[in-house]
Every structure is written in structure tokens, then in C-alpha cells.
Design a protein around this ligand. Structure first.
Ligand code: F0G
Length: 365
């Protein structure tokens, strides 16, 4: 039996660490790539979902955090800081515990899903609840990291993208080839940049991000790269508008971002893959979330469903090639934000007696 050892060890030959470097891991990566027959039927293609909610803190951020936090420890720093819509802070807080570091997180007050806030709290992060949005928080923590002895672990830290690119490796390893199309949600635009870097490096090519971040050049493990499809929420879609937006709004709070940091890398991923970055409405996001839960068996948070909502929308517009191999990253676990999935409807709590006849009657047997 092979025990998964976390991405830094599993993909050591493709990451900027040596055997002498300390590794901080919670066993992240190795997440399921799940065939989704219900989606395949609807889209007229072969659709798989990469279930990143299966990571230790419930989102893809753990791939970037094992890498970023390991580098912080190698550098001898003792504190980390990040801005977050919730998942980055949950992940940073957990990896900071594993590395015995102080962790400070700046969050848009009132706009963080309850599960994510709980994670930051139980892992002992110091919370700065900011009167502002994610973009304000990121500006603030960049200032803190410039002025004080605290390392920034947002995706502007190059080690974040290095770790996150391994999801692309896993997809190619699982399929035995690169998909034709890869779809994912876009917020601060780190992840689309990381996937594009990963798919290219697995094909023996380097992207601008590879060069900027000194990726190791390694032999090709596959011969092609996918077309990249990014999806933003309608009220938070700066790439669709072509410029940053002032007041982003969406039920998908994880991607409620108006001024993405990895702008140029994301545009390069879109254009150099012949891809697109488009918007989906909150209603389309919630429909896709419900479909994933009720027809596929995967519970994701709203932002995560943007990838699937986008592919469904493209299919309805006749823009999905028949039979294409499509992978969709679903970025975070639905348990983080159960309230948004349940909506206004309260959970039924009227008890019935623990009685066989009553239960059978209630079930229509
Ligand atoms: N999906 C989820 C669940 C996220 O938490 C995020 C980003 C994204 C998608 C978008 O990824 O920013 O790389 O384009 N969450 C960040 C956070 C901003 O603070 O947790 P991106």
C-alpha cells in the first residue's frame, strides 16, 4: 500500500525544495477526481470534478499553504499574515499550528462563512475583522508584511502557486492525459495561474509564472495542455469587465473580490490556452451547487460551484465540443457554509416517536 505523503514529497522533483528543507504538511493533495455522469449527460461531454474540499482544511488552499509555510520555516520567520475571504485564513491558521508560528488573518467583517471563521478561531489565529472587503484586507496585510517581521502567505507569495500547481499534475496522472478543457472559479486569480503553470510544466513547457518563480525544468509527463475556462460571479467579475471593480457582491463570498492580485498571469492563462473567463449569476451558482449535491454526491461551497455552473452555461450556449474531456475544480467543502446551501428553509425539527409502525407509515412502506 502506498501512503500519500503530501504534495511536497509526492512531487518533490517538480517543486523548489531540497531534501534539506523542512516540510510542514498535513497530508494535503491526493484528492479525488470523480466522474460525474449526471453532468456528462447534461453537458454532452465527459465531465470529472476534482474535489478539493477533501483537503485537510477543506479547500485547495492547503496545497499552497504546505509550500508557503514550509518556506517560512526554512527562512526562520516566526509569524505569518494573510487577507482572506475565509479559506486562506482557515488553511494558514492550521499550518501555522503545525509549524508553531504566530498567525494573523485580516477578514472582511461579516462576510466570512461561519465554518471558515470557526476554523481560524479553533486554530488560534489572531483575527483582524476589517471594515472593508477582501481587496482592502489584502492592501492592509501587504503593508503589515512590508513594515513588520511577518511573512505574507497570500497567493502573491510565489510559493503558494508552486504548491497549488500540483493539482494539475494529479489530474493528468489520474486521467493519463491532460483534459481538453479545465474549468475553475476565479477570485484573486492565483489558482487559475497555478493550474496553467502546472499543466504547462507537466507538458515540458514553462509559463511566465514558472520563469518568475524559478520552477525546476523537468521532462514532459504529457504532451498537451487544456483550454482554461475561468468563471467569476456576476457581481464580482473584474476580468469580464476588463478592469478592477469597486464594490464586488455575490453569495459566493469566497470569490467576492474586485481587484485580483494575479491579473496578468490569469489573462495569460486565458489567452495562451485559447480559453475564456466569464461570469455566472448567483442563481446559476446555487443551481450548480444543488446539482452537484443531489445528482453527483459532492457537497461544495457556492464559489466552488462556479466552475460547474460555467460549464453548464457554455453547454447551453452550444460551446462545448461533443465528447470533450472536461475537468472542473470544485475548490471548497460545502460544510464550511452550510447555511447558504440550506437557504431560508429551516431544518425540520419536529420529532416523531421511535416506533417502527410510525416510521414505516411516515416513509410510505
Ligand atoms: N474557491 C474558493 C472556495 C476560494 O476560497 C477561492 C479563494 C477561490 C475559489 C478563488 O481562488 O483566489 O485563487 O482565484 N479564496 C481566497 C481566500 C481569496 O481568502 O480564501 P483564487
Amino acid at each position: 500500500a502506498h501512503l500519500w505523503r503530501g504534495i511536497l514529497t509526492e512531487y518533490a522533483d517538480r517543486l523548489p525544495f531540497t531534501d534539506a528543507d523542512p516540510i510542514v504538511t498535513l497530508g494535503e493533495g491526493g484528492t479525488p477526481l470523480v466522474a460525474a455522469p449526471a453532468l456528462s449527460k447534461e453537458v454532452g461531454a465527459q465531465v470529472y470534478v476534482k474535489v478539493e474540499g477533501a483537503n485537510p482544511t477543506g479547500s485547495f488552499k492547503d496545497r499552497g499553504m504546505t509550500s508557503a509555510i514550509s518556506k517560512v520555516v526554512a527562512d526562520g520567520d516566526e509569524a505569518v499574515v494573510c487577507a482572506s475571504t475565509g479559506n486562506t485564513s482557515a488553511s494558514a491558521a492550521a499550518y501555522a499550528v503545525a509549524a508553531d508560528l504566530r498567525c494573523i488573518v485580516a477578514l472582511p467583517a461579516g462576510k466570512i462563512a461561519a465554518g471558515k471563521l470557526a476554523q481560524a478561531i479553533v486554530h488560534g489565529a489572531e483575527l483582524l475583522q476589517i471594515d472593508g472587503n477582501f481587496d482592502d484586507c489584502l492592501r492592509l496585510v501587504r503593508g503589515l508584511a512590508d513594515a513588520y517581521p511577518v511573512a505574507l502567505v497570500n497567493s502573491v507569495n510565489p510559493y503558494r502557486l508552486q504548491g497549488q500547481k500540483t493539482a494539475a499534475f494529479e489530474i493528468v496522472d489520474a486521467l493519463g492525459r491532460a483534459p481538453d478543457i479545465h474549468a475553475l472559479p476565479v477570485g484573486n486569480a492565483g489558482n487559475i495561474s497555478a493550474y496553467w503553470m502546472g499543466f504547462n510544466e507537466y507538458a515540458g513547457r514553462q509559463t511566465a509564472a514558472s520563469l518568475d518563480h524559478n520552477s525546476a525544468r523537468r521532462p514532459a509527463a504529457t504532451d498537451s495542455v487544456p483550454t482554461m475556462w475561468g468563471f467569476q460571479a456576476d457581481g464580482a467579475a473584474p476580468f469580464v469587465k476588463g478592469e478592477p471593480i469597486e464594490n464586488p457582491e455575490t453569495i459566493a463570498t469566497a470569490i467576492r473580490i474586485g481587484n485580483p492580485a494575479s491579473w496578468d498571469y490569469a489573462v495569460a492563462a486565458r489567452d495562451n490556452s485559447g480559453g475564456l473567463i466569464e461570469a455566472v449569476t448567483d442563481a446559476e451558482i446555487l443551481d450548480a451547487q444543488a446539482l452537484l449535491a443531489s445528482e453527483v454526491g459532492v457537497f461544495v461551497e457556492p464559489a466552488s460551484a462556479a466552475s460547474v455552473a460555467g460549464v453548464l452555461k457554455q453547454a447551453r450556449a452550444g460551446r462545448v465540443p461533443r465528447g470533450a474531456l472536461i475537468t472542473c475544480t470544485v475548490t471548497g467543502n460545502g460544510l464550511k457554509d452550510a447555511q447558504s446551501a440550506l437557504g431560508e428553509g429551516a431544518i425540520e425539527t419536529t420529532p416523531v416517536p421511535a416506533d417502527l409502525a410510525t416510521a414505516a407509515a411516515a416513509l410510505g412502506f
